[in-house]
Write a protein that binds this ligand. Sequence first.
Ligand SMILES: [Ca+2]
Length: 206
Amino acid sequence: MNSFARRFAALAGAAALSAGLAAPAHAEQWARTDARGDVTSSTNCDAEGSSCTDTIDAAAKQPDVLRVVTTHTTDRVKVYARYAEMTSGGVRVHQFRVYTNEGVRRRLTVILDDGRVVYNQLDRDSGSKVACAGLRRSIDYGANTVALSIPRACLSNPRWVRVGFGSMIIRDVNDATRGYKSDDALRSGLSASTSDLVLGPRLSRG
Ligand SMILES: [Ca+2]
């Protein structure tokens, strides 16, 4: 995983644990309308793509998430996101974060380079790979949508899950200092370097 994705993936720790203790009502499906014009632009990063200067770029249409729907079915955990606009150019990262009632933390990260999938893997927070057959993805550039799903069996068949989702566009994979643009589907405003992807409410198996 490159440093941008790793940074996006990191910083969980105590925040994730405390968030896991404060979950509201159970549900099989949960949806949120995300703010329009809340893409975080990260610039002037260090050589690792960290310690950037983060600002809101209200004019950026990519990767501006407008709507996210998360679903916990009898056999899969799913996320669906709709964007203001989505093209296939450049390097894009979509990350689906899952936290379970057993304290299992996983991330499904999909990285595309000009529309070609170059990374599609379920990982632990540490970054180590979790073997999982049956990961699914559907990316529709006409409808501006991304849908990802993980079999429950790859998550230890949880009683409930909490889900986060976000996307980023890397400006130059050969120059991490140039930074990236990102949007957390469950948070309005700055997100890039402040904390991990926000988790939604508990979703019981439907
Ligand atoms: Ca948004």
